[in-house]
Design a protein around this ligand. Structure first.
Ligand SMILES: Nc1ncnc2c1ncn2[C@@H]1O[C@H](COP(=O)(O)OP(=O)(O)OP(=O)(O)O)[C@@H](O)[C@H]1O
Ligand code: SF4
Ligand SMILES: [Mg+2]
Length: 336
């Protein structure tokens, strides 16, 4: 009997990069003798997400998490590298007629449920728009039924569809955003800080709804958060980003119980109860360098207690070390 073929990961990001040209206008550059300035917001990021799993991305503000999210849903084209979705080159497909189908399969949930919902539309318009836009439902009665079912799936009442966004709380609005994102029956949801704008008690409710929906529909998530407690609750894999690059990528349990990269350790050390291995703590120190002028070598070296001369000169590659992906010379050399 032949072995069952192993399915490829649903999402495969390969060496994804996005560079922004943030130069002053041409005339100013010439008059003030300023060089062109390029900002490497995402600088060669690779990861896989298996179907039905959640990869969380963490890292301090400005490390490139939202830029990765926007690359994954096709809001940005990569400067370099690519994305394979279900075996298909996504960025090639986004440009063609096939791209419409692909956009139905990949949806995004944004951080701010206040800004992302049109205040002049009823909930029925908001949740129903992707259905009419993609020609999935044309009959008004059918549309109402589908919107009602979507609202119920996120714990709201079908009677809510005649209301406007301002008539809901923050948590309820985020549920409306989720219902809208689910309208086209997507397989992959990119969630950029979906609960950060909500009160802690409401956060848990929304996260639980997202987890239930994942189980029911086999959804695959990329989940961005700077809150490690949230990440621990929702993720299967965790990627830690620093200045546009992944510095550690591993299973959730491994990452929380045995963080290897000095930066991951620094992030975890900031939350005492989450992480108590008996290892001495390094308090969070220093600030993220200017991304327009990043340090040579390992960009974390000015903040790293283990930095040496190699770290200042040579950029560490993301290597698989004892089953975990890490970009750190000290880990590779067995110094830590
Ligand atoms: N459209 C843009 N044009 C120029 N620079 C940009 C643009 N979008 C993002 N950047 C820069 O790219 C870097 C990464 O930004 P990004 O928004 O991806 O970070 P982030 O990790 O999502 O941060 P936060 O946690 O604050 O949301 C930052 O230095 C940011 O200033
Ligand atoms: S490569 Fe060097 S500077 Fe960078 S995290 Fe590892 S030890 Fe620290
Ligand atoms: Mg962001």
């Amino acid at each position: 009997m032949s072995a069952k073929p192993v399915a490829a990961p649903l999402v495969q990001a390969r060496d994804l990069a996005k560079t922004f040209d943030v130069s002053a206008p041409w005339l100013n550059r010439v008059l003030e003798r300023k060089p062109r300035q390029l900002l490497h917001a995402v600088d060669g990021v690779s990861f896989d997400i298996e179907k039905g799993q959640t990869l969380a991305l963490v890292g301090e503000s400005g490390c490139g998490k939202s830029t990765v999210a926007r690359l994954l849903v096709g809001l940005y084209r990569p400067t370099h590298g690519g994305l394979t979705f279900d075996g298909q080159d996504a960025h090639a497909a986004f440009k063609t007629a096939e791209g419409r189908k692909l956009r139905r399969r990949i949806q995004m949930i944004f951080q701010d449920p206040y800004a992302s919902l049109n205040p002049r539309w009823t909930v029925e318009d908001i949740v129903g728009e992707p259905l009419t836009e993609h020609g999935i439902v044309t009959d008004p009665a059918q549309l109402e039924a589908r919107v009602g079912a979507l609202l119920q799936s996120v714990g709201l009442s079908p009677l809510d569809m005649v209301k406007y966004p301002h008539q809901f709380s923050g948590g309820q609005r985020q549920r409306i955003s989720i219902a809208r994102a689910l309208a086209t029956r997507p397989e992959f949801l990119v969630c950029d800080e979906p609960t950060s704008a909500l009160d802690v008690s409401v956060q848990a409710q929304v996260l639980n709804i997202m987890k239930d929906l994942q189980r029911q529909h086999g959804l695959t998530y990329l989940f961005i958060s700077h809150n490690l407690a949230v990440v621990r609750h929702v993720s299967d894999q965790v990627g830690v980003m620093y200045l546009g690059r992944l510095v550690e990528l591993s299973g959730k349990q491994q990452l929380f119980e045995n963080p290897r990269h000095p930066y991951t350790r620094m992030l975890l050390d900031a939350i005492p109860k989450l992480h108590d291995t008996g290892r001495s703590r390094t308090p969070v120190q220093g600030e993220v360098p200017n991304p327009l002028n990043p340090p040579d070598g390992c960009t974390f070296h000015p903040r790293c207690p283990h930095a040496n001369s190699r770290c200042k000169a040579e950029r560490p590659a993301l290597l698989t070390i004892q089953g975990v992906k890490i970009a750190c010379h000290a880990v590779e050399e067995g110094r830590i």
